[in-house]
Ligand binder design. Sequence first.
Ligand SMILES: [Ca+2]
Ligand SMILES: [Ca+2]
Ligand SMILES: [Ca+2]
Length: 339
Amino acid sequence: MKIILLLCVLVTLSGAITRKQRKQLKGLRDLLTNLPNNVFATCNIAFFSTVVDYKTAQENCRNFDIGAGAVKGNLVTINTDEKNEDLKMLLEMTYPEDQQPESEWTKTKWVWSGLRKVNNVVGSPYQAVVYLNDDWQWANGSTPGNFAKWAPKQPDQNALKYRKNGCDEKPKCYQNQMRINHDGEWDDTYKFMEHPYACDYQGKYIISSNKVSWEDAKLACDNAGLHLAKIRSGGELNEMMTAMDYFLGKREETLKRWDPDNWMWLGGNDINEEKQWVWEADGKKIEWDIPWQKKAGNDNSERKMKEGQDVMALSRWGKVDDSYRLGVYRPFACQCPDT
Ligand SMILES: [Ca+2]
Ligand SMILES: [Ca+2]
Ligand SMILES: [Ca+2]
C-alpha cells in the first residue's frame, strides 16, 4: 500500500509559506523519500498515493489507526487553511501537476477528503440543490461551519442516471463526496471516481527508512522542524512498534540480530554524562523504564569509534541498545510537535 503522511505547522494561518517553512517541508520530504511503502506522512495527515474510489478510501482510513488509544482513522478533516495548504502540498509532492495529463479531471489531480453530503434531497432536480453547510459533514462527525474552499460554481450537485458514465447506484449517483485539487479548491463528485486519499493521522511519530548515523538522524529531524523521538511509556512503545511495522514494513525474522533493518534511532543519549540518559528533544532525564537489550545500557568503551556507546536505538522486538553516534547507520524516528 502506498501512503503519505504530513505536518501541520508548516503553513501560517494566512496560507503563505515562509522560507523557513519551505525548508522544513523539504526536510520532511527528505525524511520520507525512501520508505518502502512510499509513505509520506506529516504529523496531521497521512497521504496515500494509491488511486481508489471513495468507499475504499474511507475503509482504508478506518483501518489506519496508528496512535496509542486514538480513535480509528478517518478520511482527512480539512477545517483550517493550514490543513488545506498541507493537503494541497502533499498532492503536489506526490503527483506534481506539470507531470500530469492536461485535463483538469485527471484522477491524480485530486485527493479525497472526508467531507460529504449527509442530508441529500434525493430526487431533487439536476443542479437545483443549494449549498447549505448544515447538510455536509466531515468523516469525524464535525460539520464544516463557514469554512469552505469550493471551486467556482461548486458544489454543483450533479447527478447521473444508473449505468451512465460508470454510475453504479440506483436510481442515480449524486455528487455527494468532496475532493480537493492542486490549487486547494474543493469539488463535489461521485463515489465511483478514483483518486488518491488522505487520512487524519493521530500518531506521535514520523519514521524515516533512510539509514544514517544518529548524528545525521538528529539533523534530518531538525531539518523538518522536529526532534528525534521519545518513548515515555509502554503505550508509546506499542505505538512505535506498530508505526515501525506500518512504515518500515514487517520485521524480517531471518535477519541477523544486528542487521541495520532491525534497529531504529531514538532521541535518548548519555553523551554529556555516562549513564545519565536524557532526551535529545529537551535534554530531560529519561523517566521511562528502558527495556535494555541484554548487557546494553552501560557501555563506555572507546575501542571502536573513539567514543562511548552513548545513543539509543530501538529493536524490532522492543529492546533498546546503546550504540555509537557515528559509523552505525540505521532508520530513525522523529517526534511530532506537542506530543
Ligand atoms: Ca461537482
Ligand atoms: Ca554511554
Ligand atoms: Ca551497546
